[in-house]
Design a binder for this molecule. Structure first.
Ligand code: NAD
Ligand code: MG
Length: 363
C-alpha cells in the first residue's frame, strides 16, 4: 500500500507529513513525540466516536504516560472563543503543563482550533495534526495557519504555529460525507491549476476512482497536493507574496459564501465555482485558451462541484469582492492563471469581470 513521508521545509520549524492508509494504528509514528508524555486529544462529537479510541490505543502503545480527550461540538459555528476555552479548561483541569502534547483529530475546524490552543497554552506546547477530511489533509494541515472566527470576520483571530508532525490516515476518508470529499477535491484541482498541469491531468483522468475513494490514488493525490502547498508556503510562510496564489478561485468563492450566507454553499463548492469564474476571466484576458478554460470547468463538474454562480447580482458580487480582506489599496487583486499550471496575482478590468459574471449567470 502506498505510503509517503514528506518534509515541510521551514528551517527549525520543519516537520514531516506522513500519508497512508491505516496510519492511526501505527504506534511507531507517534513514539518519538509522545513517549513518556501527557497527551490531550482534541476532537469533536462526530470524529471522536469514530477514531479517538484507535488513536488513543496507538498513543498508549507508543508510551504516552496518560491520554486525555476533549470533545468539542461539531461545526464552523463553534470555531469561536467560548469553544476554544473548553480546550484550555480541559488542559488546566488535567494539570497539563508545557510538555503536554496536543493532538488535533478532525477536519480543518479542529485543526485550526487545536493548533491555536497549542500556540497559546503556556505560550506554546507541542502539537500534532491528525487531519480527517480531504480538505484538511491537502490544505489546512499544511502551512501553520491556526485560529478561530470572530463574529465580524472568519479566521480573524489566530497565530502561525507549526505542528511537530502531521499524520494523515487516508482510511479516515471512508466515513467522510460525499459533499465534504468534493470540497477537498476543489482544493486539489486548484493545486494542479496554479502549479502543475500534469497533476491536473492526473486528477482529471482519475476522478471516478478518487470519488470512489481509491486509497492508493487518494494517498498519491494528498501527497502531491501537500508538496505543492508546502513548496509555496516554504517560500512565503507569512503570505507576503507568492502564498497568495493559493487563493485562486477564492476571491469569487468568498463572495459566494458571504452573499449566500455561510454554510449554504460549502467552502470547497464556492471555490470550485470561483475557479470556473476565474478561468473564464483568464480566457477574456488572453491568459487561458477557450479549451483550457472549458477543461478546468469540466474537471470542477466531474468532481461534483457546482460550476455556475448563484444569481446574486453582479453589483453585489463586485461589492463583496471589494470587501474581501485580500483586496489591497482599493483595487481587487485576482489570482489569475498563466496557462494551466501557473499563476500570479494581478488586478483585472472591472468591465471584463462584470462580463464574466453576467455571462455565467450571476446577474
Ligand atoms: P470541518 O472541520 O468542519 O469538517 C467537515 C465535517 O466533516 C464536520 O462535520 C466534521 O466533523 C466531519 N468530519 C471530519 N472528518 C470526518 C471523517 N473522517 N468522517 C466523517 N466525518 C468527518 O471542515 P473542513 O472542510 O475539514 O475544514 C474547514 C475549516 O478549515 C474552515 O474553518 C477553514 O477556515 C479551515 N481552513 C484552514 C486552513 C489553514 O490554512 N489553516 C486552510 C483551509 C481551511
Ligand atoms: Mg480554501
Amino acid at each position: 500500500m502506498s505510503r509517503y513521508t514528506l518534509e515541510v521545509d521551514l528551517g527549525d520549524r520543519s516537520y514531516p507529513i506522513h500519508i497512508g492508509a491505516g496510519l492511526l494504528g501505527q504506534a511507531e509514528l507517534f513514539l518519538p513525540h509522545v513517549a513518556g508524555m501527557v497527551v490531550m486529544i482534541c476532537t469533536n462529537t462526530t470524529v471522536g466516536p469514530l477514531y479517538a479510541a484507535q488513536l488513543k490505543g496507538s498513543l498508549i502503545q507508543a508510551g504516552a504516560k496518560v491520554v486525555h480527550t476533549v470533545i468539542l461540538p461539531d461545526g464552523e459555528e463553534f470555531k469561536d472563543w467560548p469553544t476554544l476555552q473548553l480546550v484550555f479548561d480541559a488542559l488546566l483541569q488535567h494539570h497539563c503543563d508545557r510538555k503536554t502534547v496536543l493532538v488535533a483529530l478532525g477536519g480543518g475546524v479542529i485543526g485550526d482550533m487545536g493548533g491555536f490552543a497549542a500556540s497559546a497554552f503556556m505560550r506554546g506546547i507541542p502539537f500534532i495534526q491528525v487531519p480527517t477530511t480531504l480538505l484538511s489533509q491537502v490544505d489546512s494541515s499544511v502551512g501553520g495557519k491556526t485560529g478561530i472566527n470572530h463574529p465580524l470576520g472568519k479566521n480573524m483571530i489566530g497565530a502561525f504555529y507549526q505542528p511537530q508532525m502531521v499524520v494523515t490516515d487516508i482510511s479516515t476518508l471512508n466515513t467522510l460525507p460525499d459533499r465534504e470529499l468534493s470540497c477537498g477535491l476543489a482544493e486539489i484541482i486548484k493545486h494542479g491549476a496554479i502549479a502543475d498541469s500534469a497533476y491536473l491531468d492526473m486528477v482529471e483522468a482519475n476522478m471516478p476512482s478518487l470519488l470512489n475513494r481509491d486509497p492508493g490514488l487518494l494517498a498519491q493525490v494528498v501527497k502531491r497536493s501537500c508538496e505543492i502547498k508546502a513548496d509555496v508556503v516554504s517560500k512565503d510562510e507569512r503570505e507576503g507574496g507568492i502564498r497568495a496564489i493559493l487563493n485562486f478561485g477564492h476571491t469569487f468563492g468568498h463572495a459566494i459564501e458571504a452573499g449566500m450566507g455561510y454554510g449554504q454553499w460549502y467552502h470547497g463548492e464556492a471555490v470550485g465555482c470561483g475557479m470556473v469564474i476565474a478561468a473564464d476571466l483568464c480566457r477574456r484576458m488572453g491568459r487561458l485558451t477557450a479549451a483550457e478554460s472549458a477543461r478546468l470547468t469540466k474537471v470542477v463538474i466531474d468532481a461534483r462541484l457546482p460550476a455556475l454562480p448563484p444569481r446574486m447580482g453582479v453589483d453585489r458580487f463586485m461589492e463583496l469582492m471589494a470587501h474581501d480582506k485580500k483586496a489591497d489599496s482599493g483595487s481587487i487583486k485576482y489570482v489569475l492563471l498563466n496557462g494551466l499550471g501557473g499563476a500570479s496575482t494581478s488586478p483585472a478590468d472591472d468591465t471584463l469581470v462584470r462580463q464574466t459574471l453576467q455571462e455565467l449567470g450571476a446577474g
